[in-house]
Write a new protein. Structure first.
Length: 254
């Protein structure tokens, strides 16, 4: 099965249900935005897709590879930018990306070409031989993004990937993602910046307390919220407004 598939996935930490019976599909060529208040289960969902957190129940499949049963194959198919990227900061980007490229068995010539191309696009080439411990948050984020793309994954799991990036870099990452989706890559992308979600995502899922509150294109979300013509921000605030949660859930069933 192509794309990113989660079926009835549940994960608890102690008595806290972080993700509850979540079913989600990201088609090849789609940028799918994962939105929701702090603690709503976005990062946990993404970590389960990456095989970092093991679900209690449910199935996850990446382009035909079952994440739980064929983890190595699944990892070859997916690139990940974690919420808090951990880089080996005593290395330079050149050393670090070489290490990542080797781990993915990418030959030297190909990986140097890809590193050059990506660092050039992200305006990081001049820093390729500097130790990363001195990098700003945005510079580190660019290296994490580069690392996630090196092995040309079919699926991308990006947990707030634009954090710390300046507007020009945001634009460049947007362009890279649009090019990749044109090639059939499936992207699951979390963000709190609603304008970015609105501008970039083909589909949006709004989570709250581990479950899906609403899902669809911008247009579908607006009509679900009963707010045609409204911005994603108004729609999001209405859909996630705590005082009215029950009413909203009722309204969504119509
Ligand atoms: N390792 C863990 N141990 C215990 N509880 C956890 C763990 N990871 C996540 N949780 C809990 O699961 C819930 C969902 O957390 P998660 O990080 O998935 O939220 P999020 O939607 O990514 O939030 P944010 O927008 O702040 O990044 C929270 O209540 C959190 O406290
Ligand atoms: Mg998170």
């Amino acid at each position: 099965m192509d794309g990113i598939n989660l079926e009835s996935v549940t994960k608890s930490f102690g008595s806290k249900v972080a993700v509850r019976d979540l079913t989600l599909y990201v088609a090849p060529g789609e940028i799918h935005g994962l939105l929701g208040p702090n603690g709503s289960g976005k990062s946990t969902t993404m970590k389960m897709v990456m095989g970092i957190v093991k679900p209690d129940r449910g199935q996850i499949n990446l382009f035909g590879a079952d994440v739980l049963h064929r983890p190595v194959e699944a990892k070859r198919l997916v690139g990940y930018v974690p919420e808090l990227p951990y880089l080996y900061e005593y290395l330079t980007p050149s050393e670090y990306l070489d290490f990542i490229g080797t781990a993915y068995h990418i030959d030297v010539k190909t990986r140097r070409e890809r590193v050059d191309e990506l660092l050039e696009a992200l305006q990081m080439r001049e820093h390729i031989n500097e130790v990363m411990s001195g990098f700003s948050q945005g510079m580190k984020q660019k290296i994490a993004i580069t690392a996630s793309l090196l092995h040309r994954p079919k699926a991308l799991i990006l947990d707030e990937p634009l954090n710390g990036l300046d507007p020009r870099s945001v634009r460049i990452v947007k362009d890279i993602l649009q090019r990749l989706t044109g090639e059939g890559v499936a992207v699951l992308f979390s963000t709190h910046v609603l304008e970015i979600a609105e501008a970039m995502c083909h589909k949006i899922t709004i989570m709250s307390e581990g479950t899906i509150l609403a899902e669809g294109t911008m247009q579908e979300l607006r009509s679900k919220a009963g707010m045609p013509g409204s911005t994603l921000e108004d729609t999001f605030l209405k859909l996630t407004g705590s005082e009215d949660t029950e009413k909203i859930v009722e309204a969504l069933k119509l």
